[in-house]
Design a protein around this ligand. Sequence first.
Ligand code: NAP
Ligand code: ZN
Length: 336
Amino acid sequence: MGWVAISENSKETGLEKKPISLPPLGRDDVLIQVQACGICHSDLHLIDNDWGVSRYPFAPGHEIVGKVVAKGMGAPDELKLGTVVGIGWQRGSCGKCENCLSGRDNLCPYSEATCVSHDGGFADAHVSHWQYVFPLPEFLQRPEAAPLFCGGGTVYSPLREFLPNKYSRVGIIGLGGLGHMAVLFASEMGHEVTVFSHSPEKEKEARSLGAHRFVNSTSEAELKKNRGYYDLILNTAFADLPFKAYAKLLRADGTLAFVGVPPSALGISANDLLGSRARVAASPIISRFRMMEMLEFCAVNQILPKTEVFPMDEVNQAITKLRKNQVHYRAVLVNS
Ligand code: NAP
Ligand code: ZN
């Protein structure tokens, strides 16, 4: 069974519980009994067809934790029956292009997504290629680890790729699913962390997650106080925000990086970047190599996302809460 978006109308009518047909188990595939699945805002973008790529009907969900229950002959020995594993946004890559061959398979032009043209993890079972099925260290063998597989990886990757390898000043725009994991990671890495949030009531929790500073982003005057300060500002929000003003908060060689994608052009000119030799960048998900590094980082430092757990049957209530920006800070669905 799966929880399925039937059409763009599912935005209003909600997902429906329906039988889904799993693909036949191929030589390199692994069949997973789904135990838990996080709800990423990308699932909402897919349900609403915001990106024009949705293929209805489909079950969303791409932050899966579950158990291996069957596997093809080509799957490696370490994926034994009963192994607890996780699966994220990516389900395939070509394995041959220069990006795959250089450990940047998240940039593969032939990348396949877990719940685009496939059924995802809002279901009781899921089939994926073994290369994108990650065994979980013991500490992470629980539903709360599910959000690491999309949201977590998506913010871990730019923190590793875009920062100089030293103590840095990091700003995180938006304290939601991705943003709160960015705060957990960046503070554990030893950086100074500022949260830019349009929800002032989140300040106390932001600090308890590890943020050192909190800026109410609705105030342009508050933003301006931080000019020339940051090595990296990571945008996790999906709204059109004053990015020209954020670009001016970068210090020399700083980076304004986008993982949340606003709908409109950014409105930043070369002149806004020139004086500080700053950069604007964007980053999709995470490579397999970095995913394994992140899982180890979380296990060693005992980092878990802050989650609200819902029974899978309450998926529509959880989605409504996420649409209202009321989840603290990632909703996770669990099968009973
Ligand atoms: P989320 O849990 O809904 O969090 C988004 C946060 O953005 C909110 O909590 C809010 O933080 C801020 N925000 C929302 N509306 C805003 C507005 N009108 N003005 C200012 N800030 C606003 O979403 P998520 O799951 O973290 O996903 C965030 C975005 O990342 C989505 O667009 C998703 O598709 C994208 N994404 C990208 C990748 C990638 O590979 N690049 C991967 C996963 C997700 P405050 O209340 O603190 O302001
Ligand atoms: Zn996602």
